[in-house]
Design a protein around this ligand. Structure first.
Ligand SMILES: C[S@@+](CC[C@H](N)C(=O)[O-])C[C@H]1O[C@@H](n2cnc3c(N)ncnc32)[C@H](O)[C@@H]1O
Length: 216
């Protein structure tokens, strides 16, 4: 970590962060941690926190939760949270699969975002991709009815996989099934990240997918 990241970690982690492997068994008490009850928006894989911090800033009515394995990224997000004076953001370090399986109750989330998950472009590595049927079923079960699962990717092959997996999940419905291909129009409110700029520069696609939880 940089000196700035290390200092931000020392200053703010104990207050704003928790390690997933060290959570007590059972549901995470988010109302106490945030100090209020509000809809929970969870972002998986917040990376360096560019998008996360901006989206938390423009949605003060949400309790915004980020889960990420990469410590320097979380430290950078702490720096951004300080700069933007965020009060509605909490950070979790660890594996989203463990968090969902062990610490998030069914129907508890108002939304889940996964922006530019690692694409694992080689075919022999596709099995490492996060967006797989079992994981999507797990995420869908934790969404409240009407809550959204929003994905974005700049890899055409992963986008196709995402669309196939989400469309096959009985608890989800494509909000943009009537749009060409079933892709969601790129929301203006989603900040342009370096991944997206690079994809544009290299002439690759960018796809957004927005599905919602149905009653089931
Ligand atoms: C390609 S980066 C994208 C970061 C960010 N969303 C963006 O758009 O700039 C994907 C991130 O997902 C994180 N990640 C991958 N698998 C994860 C998991 N199971 N749980 C939590 N984070 C994960 C990685 O550490 C990485 O930082």
């Amino acid at each position: 970590m940089t000196v700035g990241q290390t200092r931000a970690w020392e200053r703010r982690w104990d207050e704003l962060g928790k390690q997933v492997p060290q959570l007590p068994p059972g549901p995470l008490d988010l109302d106490s941690w945030f100090g209020r009850r509000a809809p929970i928006l969870l972002e998986i894989g917040s990376g360096m926190g560019e998008t996360t911090s901006q989206l938390a800033k423009v949605a003060p009515e949400l309790n915004y939760l980020a889960v990420e394995v990469y410590q320097p990224g979380l430290a950078q997000l702490l720096l951004r949270a300080e700069a933007l004076e965020l009060t509605n953001l909490r950070l979790l370090r660890g594996d989203a699969v463990v968090l969902f399986t062990e610490h998030l109750p069914a129907g508890s989330l108002a939304g889940v975002r996964i922006f530019f998950p690692d694409p694992w472009p080689k075919k022999k590595h596709h099995k490492r991709r996060l967006v797989q049927p079992e994981f999507v079923a797990l995420v869908a079960s934790r969404l409240a009815p009407g809550a959204t699962l929003h994905l974005a990717t700049d890899w055409a092959n992963y986008a196709e996989q995402m669309l196939a997996v989400l469309s096959a999940e009985p608890l989800l419905r494509n909000r943009h099934a009537d749009e060409p291909g079933g892709w969601a129009p790129r929301p203006e409110w989603r900040p342009v990240t370096k991944f997206e700029s690079r994809a544009r520069a290299e002439g690759r696609i960018n796809r957004d997918l927005i599905f919602e939880r149905v009653n089931g």
